[in-house]
Ligand binder design. Structure first.
Ligand SMILES: C[S@@+](CC[C@H](N)C(=O)[O-])C[C@H]1O[C@@H](n2cnc3c(N)ncnc32)[C@H](O)[C@@H]1O
Length: 220
């Protein structure tokens, strides 16, 4: 493992990773897999959608992708996933961090790891994954496309640009009416930015160690 990453077990049996360069964990230390399922998959109602189209800000270790992939393949529905990541960690770090994920042995994940490091598009078995190694603030996003947005950057002290009104407006424009955005943050400034972008805020009870998280609905 590169020196600036260290793996940490979390209480639900999954692992997260700490970056000493950013001074941040990539996931909740109270349960990385649980956060991925509760906040992102279920927070956006993606586990109920017949053909989810997900846009993620911050692919990180790929945990949210793997959790969403597992759900789609087990339900037999198609999945189109666009993941933005402006600072890809080494593939080895992703592989080790998710080595105890229930879907770690899946062939699609294996193929993703072999291509990891720069932008690519992958298609197989009804799954399309587009990894775009760029900054969300400068990239053109598709309009009215996403059934779900996973807003999962580092905290505002580290990634202030993704928590602004401008980024919220951009993400709102990429959402289909009736789509959901979810984020682990419950900060007042995040809520105001999302509201300012025309989204309806629904606060949800958080996991242990976090009082609430925000989901936001794009009205029909
Ligand atoms: C909390 S981690 C994401 C964890 C990830 N969703 C997962 O499931 O493993 C935050 C990630 O967001 C990325 N990021 C932060 N700001 C970004 C930006 N402006 N554009 C694209 N990626 C960004 C970081 O490089 C980091 O990998």
């Amino acid at each position: 493992m590169p020196d600036d990453f260290s793996i940490h077990p979390t209480p639900d049996g999954s692992s997260t990773v700490y970056s000493s360069r950013y001074g941040q964990y990539y996931h909740s230390t109270h349960g990385a897999l649980t956060q991925s399922r509760v906040v992102y998959l279920e927070g956006t109602q993606t586990q109920l959608h017949p053909a989810p189209k997900v846009l993620e800000v911050g692919f990180g270790m790929g945990l949210n992708f793997l959790t969403t992939l597992r759900d789609a393949l087990e339900r037999g529905v198609s999945l189109h996933y666009i993941a933005l990541e402006f600072d890809p960690a080494p593939a080895e770090v992703l592989e080790v961090t998710l080595s105890n994920h229930p879907f770690a042995a899946n062939g699609i994940w294996h193929d993703v790891l072999t291509r990891w490091g720069e932008s690519f598009t992958f298609k197989r078995d009804g799954v399309v994954l587009e990894v775009v190694c760029e900054d969300v603030t400068t990239l053109d996003l598709p309009l009215e496309w996403a059934t779900a947005v996973y807003l999962d950057g580092f905290s505002p002290g580290v990634n202030p640009e993704i928590w602004t009104l401008e980024t919220a407006q951009k993400l709102s424009r990429t959402m289909l009416p009736g789509g959901w955005l979810s984020t682990y943050s419950a900060a007042g400034a995040v809520k105001r930015a999302l509201e300012g972008a025309g989204l309806e805020i629904h606060k949800k009870p958080g996991m242990r160690g976090k009082r609430e998280f925000i989901t936001a609905f794009k009205p029909l």
